[in-house]
Design a protein around this ligand. Structure first.
Ligand SMILES: [Mn+2]
Length: 210
């Protein structure tokens, strides 16, 4: 599965695939235009595999789509309630609100990082602090959304635990997000799990539009 597009000045792409031998992946991404140039991204890893996991992701997708203007901690609670009769999922939310700020919140094991160009190779500028728990089953009491400043060209990378290994070193930031996610999936998807990676970057308010 490969998808990509633009929301305002934000370029994004997703690459994912089900566990080999399975038809349905329990990993899911949700990409939403949150209005005013803001872009909302969610990556979910539903517990288990196949249809049961996909069901949890479907619930979250609907709730996020209908409430996309709410703050991230409110959205997380809404997802939790909507997924109460599923097996639950790890959920990470990320919102580009303008040219220079990224808000994120994660429960469970979906990685979110900001990758920036370094002197020699790409470096991790910031990583989301993940809180333990299972959305839909056990939500931690203190959901703290973090905000990080991003520069135009910085890359948001969100990946499920089906993506393993040293992902960052091999990223070529000159490539499109579609190329970057396709390469990461190709090189880093584990044979033992569903796998999904999402990349997004803000081109800046006056950056080139391509
Ligand atoms: Mn997984």
């Amino acid at each position: 599965m490969h998808e990509d597009g633009h929301i305002g000045a934000v370029e994004w792409a997703v690459a994912g695939r089900a566990l080999p031998g399975q038809r349905v992946s329990g990993d899911r991404s949700i990409v939403l235009d949150a209005g005013g140039g803001a872009a909302l991204f969610a990556v979910l890893d539903g517990l288990g595999h196949g249809n049961a996991a996909a069901e949890a992701a479907d619930r979250a997708a609907q709730v996020l789509s209908e409430n996309r203007a709410e703050p991230l901690d409110v959205l997380m609670v809404m997802c939790h309630r909507a997924m109460a009769d599923t097996r639950g999922a790890a959920v990470s939310l990320a919102l580009f609100d303008s040219a220079d700020r990224l808000h994120w919140l994660g429960v469970g094991n979906v990685d979110s990082r900001v990758i920036a160009a370094g002197p020699v190779k790409p470096t991790v500028r910031a990583a989301a602090l993940l809180t333990g728990g299972i959305v839909g089953y056990l939500l931690p009491p203190n959901l703290q959304t973090q905000t990080v400043v991003v520069r135009p060209g910085d890359l948001l990378l969100m990946s499920t635990d089906g993506i393993a290994g040293e992902v960052v070193d091999g990223i070529d930031l000159a490539k499109t997000t579609a190329e970057i996610t396709a390469e990461i999936l190709e090189r880093h998807a584990k044979d033992t799990d569903d796998a999904l990676v999402l990349a997004a970057r803000h081109r800046g308010p006056t950056g080139p539009v391509s």
